[in-house]
Ligand binder design. Structure first.
Ligand SMILES: Nc1ncnc2c1ncn2[C@@H]1O[C@H](COP(=O)(O)OP(=O)(O)OP(=O)(O)O)[C@@H](O)[C@H]1O
Ligand SMILES: [Mg+2]
Length: 294
């Protein structure tokens, strides 16, 4: 069920209307399409129940939802990392750049240009920032000079990493580790990055800094992003389109601007009251019924 507010939003500018170039380019053919997938853990636990979504070429799409909604599971289903968790895609299909990819190894998918940055910014703590970045180039076959060039490209987007290039990653800040994790993914020359909870545990100013860089990478390098976020507010400001997951299903999707203005989304995910309501807490519990469930 995808109660898309697309029609009501059709004439409106997307949230990123003020942002230049790629983020506002007209919709192109999807780089990724997830078609009605079902995911089961441990052969019995049904977690995703028919999730479909698309990411346009050079798009930034937000995958939103509360704890346990299935965001990470969706990203891991795409990047083929579910096997390590005893999970499997049991129905549906996933198409990346025109190719069905469910049977590919995560490595093979990285070589085709799709890479995931895991929740919790996994860096090798005992390696320096630069060594971490270089590990991201391990699937490449195009030689040291091209890799050095891309390292410099990463440093132009993340000047903080250049300053900290020789520091042991384990002793850098949470924000720097998140940047290092994204930078390492960039070293594989991806067409698309699946970014899981980039804002987690970071101060608002750093969250903003990281999303700004995501935007610049989208515009400057043409990288598409699928962002899983609990931070609905910031995600909807930087994405062009959003999907809301609840309990393993997409309950709503639409242009980011339409979602940001939707009364239910505002009430349940942005913590702002709808018409006549001052705040989420003031709404009587029995009235707090999501209209998309009715
Ligand atoms: N390896 C696993 N085995 C069994 N169940 C799992 C496993 N991983 C996740 N789940 C369950 O799948 C559901 C979806 O989890 P998932 O991590 O995808 O949610 P999420 O939206 O990413 O949540 P969060 O915002 O907390 O990261 C949850 O109910 C979770 O308990
Ligand atoms: Mg998660």
């Amino acid at each position: 069920m995808s109660e898309t507010p697309a029609t009501e939003a059709a004439g409106r500018a997307p949230a990123a209307a003020s942002l230049p170039a790629a983020a506002t380019a007209p919709a192109a053919a999807p780089i990724l399409s997830v078609n009605n997938i079902e995911v089961i853990y441990d052969h019995v636990i049904l977690v995703l129940k028919g999730v479909s979504l698309t990411v346009p070429e050079r798009g930034v799409v937000a995958l939103l939802g509360a704890n346990g909604a299935g965001k990470t599971t969706t990203l891991k289903a795409i990047s083929n990392l579910l096997g390590a968790e005893r999970g499997e895609v049991t129905k549906g299909s996933i198409v990346f750049c025109g190719e069905t990819v469910e049977a590919l190894s995560p490595n093979a998918l990285v070589r085709r240009g799709c890479i995931q940055v895991m929740e919790g910014r996994h860096c090798f703590g005992h390696l320096s920032i630069e060594e971490n970045l270089l590990t991201g180039a391990y699937t490449r076959r195009d030689g040291g000079a091209a890799i050095r060039r891309d390292l410099e490209m990463v440093y132009t987007y993340f000047p903080r990493l250049k300053v900290r290039r020789a520091s042991q990653a384990g002793y850098t800040s949470g924000g720097e580790q998140q940047m290092c994790a994204i930078g390492r993914a960039l070293m594989s020359r991806p067409k698309m990055i699946l970014l899981d909870e980039p804002s987690m545990g970071l101060a608002p100013q750093l969250v903003e800094e990281i999303f700004e860089i995501v935007h610049k990478l989208n515009v400057g390098e043409g990288v598409s992003f699928l962002l899983a976020e609990q931070n609905t507010n910031v995600a909807l400001r930087y994405a062009t389109h959003g999907y809301i997951l609840e309990n393993g299903r997409v309950v709503m999707d639409g242009p980011a601007s339409a979602l940001a203005e939707n009364e239910d989304v505002r009430e349940f995910y942005l913590g702002v009251g709808g018409e006549g309501r001052k705040s989420f807490r003031e709404v009587k519990h029995y009235k707090r019924r999501k209209r998309w469930l009715s």
